[in-house]
Write a protein that binds this ligand. Structure first.
Ligand SMILES: Cc1cc2nc3c(=O)[nH]c(=O)nc-3n(C[C@H](O)[C@H](O)[C@H](O)COP(=O)(O)O)c2cc1C
Length: 180
C-alpha cells in the first residue's frame, strides 16, 4: 500500500469485494478501503444492500486490489465482521455532509422509479436535517475483513510472475510461493 501511495495512482484504495448469495451465486463490486491494520481490511457501506444481505447470510468474502501500472495484484480471502456502532458513528461523522444525507436518501441496491425520485428524497432529507448534525442511519456501517489468506502477485518477464501467499494456520502465518 505504501508503494501504491508513492506511485500517486488514482483511487489507490479501490478494491473489488466479492460476496456469494445463499444460492451460491457470486457477485462483485468496487468499494474503498478505509482502514487497514492487524485486525483486517475495513470498508463502509449499507448493511441492507445486496452485499450487506449476502454477508449477513454468508460472511465469507474476497477482496481484490489491482494496480495495473505497477503490474501488481493482491487477493484477500476472509470473513467480514460488522464494526461496532461507536466505530460506525465515528467514521460517519468524518464524511462530508452531502454524503451523510446521501446515505439516508439512497436505499442502496433497491429498484427506484427514476432519478427524480432519488433527487426528491435527497432534498426532503436535506431539509429535514437542515439545522442538526446528520445522525447515522442504523443500516449504514463498516465491515472488517479478517484475512485468512493474502496473495501478492507481481508481474515479471516471460510470464514468470511472482505469487507469494500468506496463509493463516492455527500455528501462525505460513508463506508459500505459487506457480504463476
Ligand atoms: C471507485 C468506486 C468506489 C466505491 N466505493 C464504495 C464504498 O466504499 N462503499 C459502497 O457501499 N459502495 C461503493 N461503491 C459503489 C459499489 O460499487 C456498488 O455500486 C454499491 O455498493 C452497491 O452494491 P451492491 O448492490 O452489490 O450491494 C463504489 C464504486 C466505485 C466505482
Amino acid at each position: 500500500m505504501r508503494d501504491v501511495l508513492r506511485a500517486g495512482l488514482h483511487e489507490p484504495n479501490a478494491m473489488v469485494l466479492s460476496t456469494v448469495s445463499a444460492q451460491g451465486r457470486p457477485s462483485s463490486r468496487t468499494v474503498l478501503l478505509k482502514g487497514l491494520d492487524e485486525g483486517g481490511f475495513v470498508f463502509f457501506t449499507n448493511y441492507s444492500s445486496r452485499k450487506g444481505t449476502e454477508l449477513a447470510a454468508t460472511p465469507r468474502c474476497s477482496l481484490l486490489f489491482l494496480w495495473h501500472v505497477l503490474e501488481r495484484q493482491v487477493r484477500v480471502e476472509g470473513a467480514a465482521m460488522r464494526l461496532s456502532a461507536d466505530e460506525n458513528d465515528a467514521y460517519f461523522w468524518t464524511r462530508p455532509r452531502a454524503s451523510q444525507i446521501g446515505a439516508w436518501a439512497s436505499p442502496q441496491s433497491e429498484v427506484v422509479a427514476d432519478r427524480s425520485a432519488l433527487d426528491e428524497r435527497y432534498s426532503l432529507l436535506a431539509q429535514r436535517f437542515a439545522d442538526e448534525r446528520v445522525p447515522r442511519p442504523e443500516n449504514w456501517g463498516g465491515y472488517c475483513v479478517e484475512p485468512e489468506s493474502v496473495e501478492f502477485w507481481q508481474g515479471r518477464l516471460g510470464r514468470m510472475h511472482d505469487r507469494i501467499r500468506y496463509r493463516r494456520t492455527p500455528d501462525g502465518w505460513v508463506t508459500e510461493r505459487l506457480a504463476p
